[in-house]
Every structure is written in structure tokens, then in C-alpha cells.
Design a protein around this ligand. Structure first.
Ligand code: HXC
Length: 257
């Protein structure tokens, strides 16, 4: 399927989606949204894919929603089209998605990274929610996901001042899982994705589901959900294989991948 704004590739069992609007620093417009969601759905359905990576360029992961597209929009356009509501489709993808972020991840770019399951940042990454400087506010998770990830103080600071956070600060406050040199970003992220894709896919999908559940429920309900999921994995022969391989001191050969 030809795409206009993204590049879609596979690396063995990893699906790789690269934002490709270099002249606009990968600004997100409705075409990017539609293409990203379509590509993710194809990877979701593809039994040969076990994990997905979303990335941009060394200069910009994405510099936000496309300001030129939004400039002439009025309220009725935004409301009736549920402008950018389609990004929520990303959160319905059941396979893990890693964001590999170098350069600017601003506004919708930061929010897109946060819709992924975790973020690996290059040491030149810069995160921010500068919508306030444009007379608006975050619209695809900046006030909600960012607050859950980094806490109220930093989320308020970021969203109210519009300042950028560098990679070291982002790691310190829990926005990103690790920081690597910019030249190693893709190798390290693809390595992490390949590792995930080597595991039993039902177990991987249940881990994603259970961790995400912790944002939606009480501790007691979440713990019960986790335990039931854990029990259910004993229904798959991958549990026998994984544990037998450990006892026999060999690598597991999971069937459900
Ligand atoms: C459209 C953008 C853009 C954007 C950059 N460009 N960001 N176009 N939308 N968000 C374009 C510029 O217009 C320019 O094109 C080209 O990319 C290069 O950008 P420069 O500004 O010349 O680069 P530089 O000086 O290096 O500055 C980089 C930057 C700056 C700091 C990232 O571009 C910037 O501040 N961008 C806007 C960031 C922002 O406010 N994002 C939040 C958007 S609102 P031309 O053709 O002029 O050369 C948002 C809302 C989300 O995301 C909620 C949705 C529901």
C-alpha cells in the first residue's frame, strides 16, 4: 500500500513506521493520522509481526500537529470532524509499540510518543507541549497522559509555560524508559523490539494489557486482573516450553509468535 507521509518497513518480526514529512519536521496532519492508523492495523493483523516501532528523523520525531492545517480551522470544523480523535485508534493496537524519539517531540508529537507503550529517547530529544504559545492547549493527551507519567508539577510546568524538556530530564521524571546516543537510537530500539517479538505473543499482549489496566482501575481490581491473566497463560503450551527450556538450560522455542 503506497503511503504519502510515512515509510512502512519490516525488520524480521518488527514492524517499523517512520514519519516522513521532513520539510515540515514531521508535523502531524490528518493524512499522517489516517496512514499511521492503517499501517498499525496491518501490523496488528500480521501474524509475522510481534512488535512495532514508530520513529521520525534525527532532527524531529514530530514537531506537533500541523499548524498550517489548523490555522484556518474553526470550531465547527474541529468539533464535527472530531479533529484528531482518530489518533485514539492507536491505543487499541494490542501489540507493543515503542516510540524511538530523536530531536523535537512537541505538542502532538510528544502526545503521539506517549500513546506508544514506551519511549526510547536519543540524547538530542526535546519534549514539550507548546500549544499554549499558539493560543490553544494539548488536544491528544498532553494534559492527561503527561500528568500521569511525570506528575502534576512537571505537567503543569510544561503545559503552562510551553518549555521544552531535554532527554536527561525526561528520563529523570519517567517520561522515557532510556536515553541512548542519537547514532545508536534505531539499533537500540530495534534490538528492544526484536527481543519483545521473540517472546510468546499472547504473554506479550497480556503484559501490555495489564500494565495499561493500571491506569484505568483500582489497585485491588488491577491485581486481580493481573493474576487472572497470569493464570490464563498456563493454558498456552508456551508456558510449558518457556519453563522446560529454563530447566533444560536451552533457549525457548515459543510456538505462539
Ligand atoms: C506545521 C511546522 C511545524 C508544525 C515546524 N514546521 N513545525 N509546520 N506545523 N507544527 C515547519 C516550519 O513551518 C518550517 O517550514 C519547517 O517546518 C522547519 O521549521 P523551522 O521552524 O524553520 O525550524 P527550526 O527553526 O529548527 O525550529 C524547530 C521548531 C519550530 C522549534 C520545532 O519549528 C517550532 O516551534 N515548531 C512548532 C512547534 C509547535 O508549536 N508544536 C505544537 C503544535 S500544536 P517552512 O515551510 O516555513 O520552512 C499541536 C496540537 C496537538 O501539536 C493537539 C491536536 C489535537
Amino acid at each position: 500500500m503506497p503511503y504519502e507521509t510515512i515509510i512502512v518497513e519490516t525488520r524480521s518480526r518488527v514492524g517499523l513506521i517512520t514519519l516522513n514529512r521532513p520539510k515540515a519536521l514531521n508535523a502531524l496532519n490528518t493524512t499522517v493520522m489516517a496512514e499511521m492508523v492503517a499501517a498499525l492495523k496491518i501490523f496488528q493483523e500480521d501474524a509475522g509481526i510481534g512488535a512495532i516501532v514508530v520513529t521520525g528523523s534525527e532532527k524531529a520525531f514530530a514537531a506537533g500537529a500541523d499548524i498550517k492545517q489548523m490555522q484556518s480551522m474553526d470550531y465547527i470544523d474541529a468539533f464535527m470532524s472530531d479533529f484528531f480523535g482518530g489518533w485514539e485508534e492507536m491505543t487499541r493496537v494490542r501489540k507493543p509499540i515503542i516510540a524511538a524519539v530523536a530531536g523535537y517531540a512537541l505538542g502532538g508529537g510528544c502526545e503521539l510518543a506517549m500513546m506508544c507503550d514506551f519511549i526510547i529517547a536519543a540524547d538530542n530529544a526535546k519534549f514539550g507541549q507548546p500549544e499554549i504559545t499558539l493560543g490553544v492547549m494539548p488536544g491528544m493527551g498532553g494534559s492527561q497522559r503527561l500528568t500521569r507519567f511525570v506528575g502534576k508539577a512537571k505537567a503543569m510546568d510544561m503545559c503552562l509555560t510551553g518549555r521544552m524538556m531535554d532527554a536527561a530530564e525526561a528520563e529523570r521524571c519517567g517520561l522515557v524508559s532510556r536515553v541512548v546516543p542519537v547514532g545508536d537510537l534505531m539499533e537500540e530500539t530495534l534490538k528492544a523490539a526484536a527481543k519483545i517479538a521473540s517472546f510468546s505473543l499472547p504473554a506479550v499482549m497480556m503484559v501490555k494489557d495489564a500494565v495499561n489496566r493500571s491506569y484505568e482501575t483500582t489497585l485491588a481490581e488491577g491485581l486481580l486482573y493481573e493474576r487472572r491473566m497470569f493464570h490464563s497463560l498456563f493454558a498456552f503450551d508456551d508456558q510449558t516450553e518457556g519453563m522446560t527450556a529454563f530447566v533444560e538450560k536451552r533457549s525457548p522455542n515459543f510456538r505462539h509468535r
